[in-house]
Design a binder for this molecule. Structure first.
Ligand code: IPE
Ligand code: IPE
Ligand code: MG
Length: 255
């Protein structure tokens, strides 16, 4: 029954109009666990199953970029046992998944303040990045110790340094220049962003890059989010008219 539903949904997706980049705020692990009388970390462990399923789903239908918000700058302020547990889980999972990433031609990227991560995490991540660097299929971008305000401030500081050093002229700074100073340089802006768990906010994620991204919110908690839910989000995305400030008629004429 579930398979049928999956097949039907998959057929409804227009393969010529796939979002090139999907970003996901994977939220609701803690509440999902607590609702079952379990520890929050139990939710994070189950969330990994959703990550596997969604990465596989994106690779199968040919999505170019998938960005997953796994740990925010603000998440460092959570109780120590949760932060420690999450770090170990993230690093162990990435390490364990490298053979599967290679098998599926998936290239790993990381955005965020890596210097905040414990040394073991930095080392393991560096290795995984290296080991998947020749893959040319899906680009999987993990946002770790990431926040958009940190990223933008960092970009501004770097630009100031380069202006002072005479490497660039302040009046020559444009959108393309600015983008080159963000963690997401060379990554196209997301076309679709999904947030799970029934929260309607962005929580410091890709504030600059989301300027014209389509927003999709679902009540499903992250540990229960599967390919089927992803397909529903893509179908919804494909039903929208993206106008980029123009009128609907102009958009129809452009097609
Ligand atoms: C998302 O789930 C995962 C991380 C932020 C690391 P949460 O841990 O935020 O779960 P809720 O929102 O408290 O349910
Ligand atoms: C956003 O979720 C960060 C990640 C999913 C990694 P949070 O649970 O931290 O966001 P808030 O605190 O509810 O806004
Ligand atoms: Mg949350």
């Amino acid at each position: 029954m579930q398979c049928d539903n999956m097949e039907n949904l998959l057929e409804k997706i227009n393969k010529q109009k796939l979002p090139g980049h999907i970003a996901i705020i994977m939220d609701g692990n803690g509440r999902w666990a607590e609702e079952q009388g379990q520890d929050r970390l139990f939710g994070h462990y189950h969330g990994v199953e959703s990550v596997r399923n969604i990465v596989e789903g994106c690779a199968e239908i040919g999505i170019g970029y998938l960005t997953l918000y796994a740990f925010s700058t603000e998440n460092w302020d959570r109780p120590k046992n949760e932060v420690d547990g999450l770090m170990i889980l993230l690093v162990e999972t990435i390490k364990k998944e490298v053979p599967t990433l290679n098998k599926n031609n998936i290239k790993l990227h990381v955005i965020g303040d890596m210097s905040m991560l414990p040394e073991f995490a930095q080392n393991e991540l560096g290795e995984a990045l290296q080991l998947t660097s020749n893959n040319s299929g899906l680009n999987l971008v993990m946002a770790l110790s990431y926040s958009s305000r940190w990223e933008i401030l960092n970009a501004v500081k770097q630009i100031a340094v380069d202006v002072e050093a005479g490497k660039i002229k302040s009046d020559a700074i444009n959108h393309d220049t600015f983008q080159q100073y963000l963690c997401t340089k060379n990554i196209p802006d997301p076309e679709l962003i999904i947030r799970t768990s029934g929260e309607y906010r962005i929580s410091n994620f890709l504030l600059y890059q989301l300027a014209y991204t389509e927003l999709y919110f679902t009540n499903t908690r992250w540990p229960e989010f599967r390919k089927q839910n992803l397909y529903e989000a893509i179908i919804d995305f494909q039903s929208r008219e993206r106008r980029f400030g123009k009128t609907g008629n102009q958009i129809k004429e452009d097609v």
